[in-house]
Design a protein around this ligand. Structure first.
Ligand SMILES: *Cc1c(COP(=O)(O)O)cnc(C)c1O
Length: 375
């Protein structure tokens, strides 16, 4: 817009339109977040809850989510120091665990300064601790690789690692591990991990932690001291043994129809002409695209929620727009509300049509669509 246009705009009512954002927006329902903690708590027995809020609370907004959660959980898990420092700077005083532990000497100082708990997964991290000025007074978490083969000491090393840390003056050690296939409680991988975990129980420790959401939902561990739920708090876990509606989606990604057109049979829609109208069709254009975090990989037929029903996405997702076949809904209009995912349409269902998982869609929102928090 050149300055002339702005001047004309500013003096005309018409121009107010420029101040109204496009209807695409994300709303975060903090009551649902708290509700999902209560569901988790009901399955937790006496275990404490360490809520996983890494990656900006799975894309839901780190600070507002932690403020809403802090009365209801026993601590927060983040991936690395920078995420934890953000929380301390906002006055969050609960225990914070760094799931990946320190990366360097500076991290060790930050851990002491901000009173963080760290995961130790390798000897090079214990070397860092040895070289640091000060041992943290917070509990140390020792990560054991029971079969995920991504991070951690082997079960056979557990005793030696414990001794090494005790020599450094550590008195509170929590033993942790992580399931690779918690969605499948009876897979051989899960069983092998459970067996490896049981073999560790004789290692004298101050605490234990094993379960992520899938393991909690599948009741894979009931006797550990700490649970580490993530995705279930955001209402986007696969249901497993839970009542499918017991968890409530926290994020709603919404927009409105911005244009409608009739596309004759045989014509194509969108980039590359991927979709061809099999009949005379009514196509709704919605102002949301991969620039906002809607997955470009979404195939024809990906569900879009309009007027209480699923309608199929047709044609490739653009940066700013998608196209939806609403032929069977002739009474829709410009401005008809659209849900991309949320209370009515599970993010996992959309993810399945885009060869990915809900976790990825939630954590890769681009920040372009405005996010609001309720209540
Ligand atoms: C992310 C993470 C969790 C939480 O996993 P969800 O599947 O989101 O419940 C738990 N433990 C570790 C080590 C993690 O990295």
């Amino acid at each position: 817009m050149d300055s002339g246009t702005i001047a004309v705009c500013a003096s005309s009512l018409q121009c107010l339109k420029y101040n109204v954002p496009r209807p695409t927006a994300i709303s975060i329902d903090l009551d649902s977040l708290v509700h999902n903690v209560a569901v988790t708590r009901s399955r937790a027995g006496n275990s404490k809850i360490l809520a996983s809020v890494k990656a900006n609370a799975y894309g839901h907004g780190l600070i507002p989510c932690c403020r809403a959660l802090q009365q209801h959980v026993d601590g927060f898990a983040v991936a690395f120091c920078e995420e934890a420092v953000l929380l301390r700077q906002e006055g969050i005083t609960l225990p914070l665990l760094l799931l990946e532990g320190p990366f360097d000497r500076a991290d060790c100082d930050t851990i002491v300064e901000h009173n963080l708990m760290m995961t130790l997964h390798s000897h090079h991290q214990i070397d860092l601790l040895e070289a640091a000025d000060q041992m943290p007074s917070t509990p140390l978490w020792i990560k054991i690789d029971t079969g995920m083969h991504r991070l951690g000491f082997s079960p056979a090393e557990a005793v030696q690692v414990t001794e090494r840390l005790r020599k450094l003056g550590a008195d509170s050690l929590t033993l942790m591990s992580h399931f690779a296939d918690g969605e499948n409680p009876s897979s051989s991988l899960t069983r092998e991990q459970q067996q490896a975990w049981r073999s560790l129980e004789s290692t004298a420790m101050s605490g234990t932690s094993l379960a992520n959401s899938a393991a909690i939902i599948n009741n894979l561990t009931s006797t550990t001291d700490w649970l580490r739920p993530g995705i279930m708090l955001y209402g986007a876990a696969y249901a497993g043994s839970l009542e499918p509606t017991s968890l409530s989606p926290v994020m709603s990604f919404k927009s409105e129809i911005m244009a409608l057109r009739k596309v004759p049979r045989g014509q194509t829609v969108g980039y590359g002409g991927r979709w061809t109208a099999p009949q005379d069709s009514l196509i709704a254009t919605v102002p949301v695209g991969y620039g906002d975090g809607y997955p470009r990989g979404a195939e024809d037929g990906t569900p879009v929620w309009i007027h209480g029903q699923r309608f199929p996405l047709v044609g490739r997702v653009s940066m700013d727009m998608i196209t939806v076949d609403v032929t069977t809904l002739p009474d829709c209009q410009i401005g008809t509300p659209v849900e991309l995912w949320g209370k009515n349409l599970p993010v996992n269902e959309v993810a399945q049509h885009a060869s990915t998982i809900g976790y990825e869609l939630l954590t890769r929102m681009t920040g372009r669509a405005p996010m609001s928090f309720e209540p």
